[in-house]
Design a protein around this ligand. Structure first.
Ligand SMILES: [Zn+2]
Length: 500
């Protein structure tokens, strides 16, 4: 039901046209204006086609090289902490410089390298930043069925820590740089490559450091990195998610206080009891639902490719009569969608007591709160306080963990349209879904600086999605997905960087 969709960009466009039409002193008759428009459109289509033809890529021929860089990166153990990203940064610097693309490594702390390289354009447009993080989360080796740093090929997949998060993005960005350079594509804007450290838990040494201390090296109009999935069912791509905004991690501790004493004489002010009730109160009540432009569009578009039952839920989630039942269903069966609809609270750590027979004077719980980008946190803490309704329990915010909320990136930019065009070419019949990530990425710091920053990701088929995903044991990616991911980035970036 595309007619049901309400795309804000086309509304703005329509308003702009209405406002300037009356200012024409010699109005051009409609037919010839229209005719000129068609001629120009045809001409530009021809030019675009010829540029695309001139710089057509034989993807099968690229595969061995893509695999080589991807596997080399996975084989470098950059588990964070400690990270040791510099070895990966130096590897990439070597690859880029061998092609004549100057690159530089920046470290805030020894071993925690970020690598930056730049292809110069003619400066008529502002730069674009292609980014991927070099570090990975750690592994519990005994839980893996393969060596997590082997990049072994098995059953059509490539296995290893970082295979989905995030060495596929690093490889995609690297390949786009190499292809643009080798084909000598004339560029309207600089194309900047950034492999960053510390994304997994310490972005202070990575994107935080680059934004604070080396902003001129990476300043851009657009950025692309992780933050979306390309979803397939039975081998056919259904949607391409493009991350336009994301939730903001906000840790909170609940601390219950009370008198310590002998456990043989229990009292009603036992802090363990008060903490347990407080955790129950905040975690069993779902915070109120709130949609933004991204999530509203996401559910509207998703409904167009869903089963009738799914579509019915997505289309009626805000219907007051249906909402409670739909939200309960999503909480149980589609936890990502449930989280996209609200600021979420998950208790993760409980700490209380040290001996069976001692009532402690303090008990503490850690809550992982993922806030909507426009959440008013003081108000949200008030909401929690009302739910807890207990003077013995204190709410202690832990801060933002370095992620600053920025404005969501727009759907009406050249780059977003280019994502949609790449999707139509590569995956006809699918849709492009602007998406709000429920996790956090380094795009957050870039959006806070006003960059239109987008997330994308590899094809994950529903039947492959059981285990082995990002951060999971046995992380693995279908080999064909890797090549399609690189191609998608190329097709998205090329039209917004190549001179016409
Ligand atoms: Zn990641």
């Amino acid at each position: 039901m595309p007619g049901a969709l309400n795309f804000a960009p086309s509304c703005w466009h329509a308003q702009t046209r209405t406002s300037y039409t009356p200012r024409l002193r010699y109005p051009i008759p409609m037919p010839s204006r229209h005719h000129t428009f068609l001629l120009l459109a045809a001409l530009s289509a021809t030019l675009t086609l010829s540029a695309a033809d001139k710089y057509a890529v034989d993807w099968t021929r690229q595969e061995p090289e893509i695999f080589e860089h991807y596997a080399s990166l996975i084989r470098m153990d950059t588990s964070s902490p400690p990270g040791n990203e510099t070895k990966a940064a130096e590897y990439l610097k070597g690859v880029l410089e061998k092609e004549g693309i100057p690159a530089q490594v920046y470290e805030l702390e020894p071993g925690r390298g970020n690598v930056v390289a730049r292809l110069k354009g003619n400066g008529s447009k502002k730069p674009i930043l292609l980014m991927g993080h070099l570090d990975v989360v750690g592994v519990q080796r005994e839980k893996w069925t393969v060596d997590p740093f082997s990049a072994i090929r098995k059953d059509g997949f490539i296995w290893g820590r970082g295979s989905i998060d995030d060495k596929d993005k690093v490889t995609s960005a690297l390949t786009v740089m190499l292809l643009l350079k080798r084909m000598n594509v004339p560029l309207d804007r600089d194309v900047i490559f950034l492999g960053e450290a510390g994304e997994e838990g310490d972005s202070r040494v990575g994107i935080g450091f680059m934004v604070d201390k080396h902003w001129p090296e990476i300043e851009a109009e657009y950025a692309i990195t992780e933050g979306g999935t390309t979803g397939a069912r039975d081998g056919k791509v259904r949607y391409v998610q493009i991350g336009t905004t994301e939730k903001v991690p906000r840790g909170v501790r609940l601390v219950a206080h009370g008198p310590s004493g002998h456990a043989s004489r229990p009292r009603p002010d036992n802090p363990v009891l008060h903490l347990a009730m407080a955790v129950g109160a905040v975690a069993s009540n779902q915070p109120p639902m709130h949609l933004n432009d991204t999530t509203r569009t996401y559910f509207e578009r998703l409904a167009t490719i869903s089963t009738p039952e799914e579509a019915d839920r997505y289309n009626h989630v805000t219907d007051p009569a249906r909402s409670p039942a739909i939200l309960a269903y999503l909480a149980e069966h589609e936890p990502i969608h449930s989280s996209m609809l609200r600021t979420s609270i998950a208790p993760t750590i409980l700490k209380a007591g040290f001996r069976t027979n001692v009532v402690p004077s303090e008990a503490e719980a850690t809550l992982d709160i993922r806030a909507l980008p426009d959440e008013d946190m003081p108000k949200f803490y008030d909401y929690m306080k009302k739910l807890i309704n207990d003077p013995q329990v204190e709410i202690v915010p832990n801060g933002r963990g370095g992620r600053e909320p920025g404005k969501p990136s727009r759907f009406d930019t050249d780059l977003f349209h280019s994502f949609e065009a790449a999707q139509r070419t590569m995956f006809p019949g699918a849709i492009t879904l602007p998406t709000m990530g429920v996790g956090a990425t380094d795009n957050s710091q870039l959006r806070a600086k006003g960059v239109q920053a987008y997330g994308f990701g590899p094809i994950i088929d529903e039947k492959d999605a059981q285990g082995g995903g990002a951060h999971a044991d046995d992380e693995h990616l279908r080999e064909t997905s890797l090549y399609k991911e690189v191609e998608f980035l190329w097709r998205s970036v090329f039209p917004v960087v190549a001179s016409k």
